[in-house]
Design a protein around this ligand. Structure first.
Ligand SMILES: C[S@@+](CC[C@H](N)C(=O)[O-])C[C@H]1O[C@@H](n2cnc3c(N)ncnc32)[C@H](O)[C@@H]1O
Length: 397
């Protein structure tokens, strides 16, 4: 990159068109000049030196700048306070700030706060910073978050241990920034109550993005045998049991998640109807099919099979094979809830893969709905990457 004045980058013509088209990321190839410090908030100009706005610079990622605003005015404290305040007020309007609930308060770039995620578990906030800019602003953003929340926080935990940090040359960091965390945090999700390991659980502790899909799946569970594959700590399965499932089998490879799952099942008074089996789901599903097992509701919620575009081809085979096995386990007239959190496998491709699985399984399958993440995982229309989750609700004959 050509070095001109500090704290400014100049885009190529393509970069300019990209930003004006609404996408907030500028790739390194679309920078014609300028430079900044790692994580610096800098001014972005087009090739004719017109200001395109302000963004956070990364010195190492392929995404060189994440735009924060298209306004010419430099963001100040009031700007950031308003950004965070708007995100919090939105969750409040969505009815997600009840004291014992859990929700995503800040959803990174989609909330105009690049690389910064905040999940709330009751009065414990878990922050996750994934880019140089959010790391550099961490203490300032935490201060503004505390000011914006309509309730005090008992604890603030930093879970900046996502693998994506390596693209930003950032080391992993897990620490309690405020208060203390003595064991799991207990939260509610409607009539469901569960414990979260905010220090070592996956993501910030739980998969909050599946909240509404769990309720939709549970509506198909009454009186049925349920299989919750890739269960993590069992929230699909426990929800199903609460909704009247006859029995629930949860399968995951994580022992720690299984232990939490059994505690959560007891906590909700459904321990007698739930079993956990630690296994590789791909092998487990095949073995169940071979032994003639059937379920009225099967849920498959695997980790992302395609984290990059290059992995899509392999992921296609994985999704077809997984769903083929899952469909083979569904009773005639039963339900399959099938999720994919691979952004690179878009909605239309995912549906084609499900259709291929149905063909190979020789089952007739109807799509009853295709849903995304819960509403607090907001989707910014100019940023398709924020619409990563797909959850298909299928009827299988
Ligand atoms: C997206 S999470 C599931 C979230 C869960 N359904 C929920 O609603 O909280 C994926 C889970 O798959 C598990 N996992 C990954 N690969 C696996 C495999 N081959 N067999 C079994 N579990 C696996 C991980 O431990 C993780 O808990």
């Amino acid at each position: 990159m050509r070095r001109t004045a500090m704290g400014k980058v100049i885009t190529t013509g393509k970069g300019r068109r990209w930003i004006l088209g609404g996408h907030p990321w500028i790739y390194r190839d679309d920078i014609a000049g300028g430079e900044g410090e790692p994580g610096e908030l800098l001014c972005v100009e087009d090739p004719n030196q017109n200001t395109l706005g302000w963004g956070l610079f990364s010195s190492s990622s392929r995404i060189a700048v994440r735009m924060v605003t298209r306004s010419a005015a430099q963001p100040d404290r009031a700007f950031w306070a308003e950004r965070i305040g708007r995100a919090v007020r939105t969750r409040e309007r969505q009815g997600l700030l009840e004291p014992a609930d859990a929700c995503r308060l800040i959803n990174g770039d989609a909330d105009g706060l690049p690389g910064w995620v905040v999940d709330r578990y009751g009065a414990t906030a878990v922050i996750q910073s994934t880019v140089q800019g959010s790391d550099r602003m961490r203490d300032f953003l935490v201060e503004l978050l505390v000011e914006a929340l309509p309730f005090p926080l008992d604890a603030i935990v930093e879970r900046s241990d996502s693998a994506v940090r390596k693209h930003e040359n950032l080391v992993e960091r897990v620490q309690v920034l405020h208060g203390s965390v003595d064991g799991p945090v207990r939260v509610t999700e409607g009539d469901l109550c569960y414990e979260v390991d905010v220090l070592a659980g996956h993501k910030t502790g739980a998969y909050l993005d599946q909240r509404t899909n769990r309720s939709k799946a549970a509506a198909r569970a009454r009186g049925r045998r349920v299989l919750d594959a890739f269960s993590y700590d069992g929230l699909f399965g426990i929800r199903a049991a609460l909704a009247g499932a006859e029995t629930v089998v949860c399968v995951d490879q994580s022992e720690a998640a299984g232990e939490r799952l059994l505690r959560n099942a007891e906590l909700n008074g459904v321990g007698e109807r739930i079993v956990f089996e630690r296994a590789n789901c791909m092998a487990d599903l095949r073995a169940r099919k071979d032994s003639g097992e059937r379920f009225g509701l099967v849920v498959v919620d695997p980790p992302a099979f395609a984290r990059t575009k290059r992995e899509v081809e392999g992921a296609e085979r994985g999704y077809v094979e997984l769903n083929l096995r899952a469909m083979g386990l569904v009773d005639e007239g039963g339900s399959l809830v099938s999720a994919s959190c691979s952004y690179n496998v878009r909605d239309d491709l995912f549906l084609r893969l499900l259709a291929r699985a149905a063909r190979d399984a020789q089952r007739r399958v109807w799509l009853e709905g295709l849903c995304g993440a819960a509403v607090d995982h907001c989707v910014l229309l100019g940023l398709p990457e924020s619409a990563y989750l797909k959850c298909a609700f299928l009827r299988v004959e």
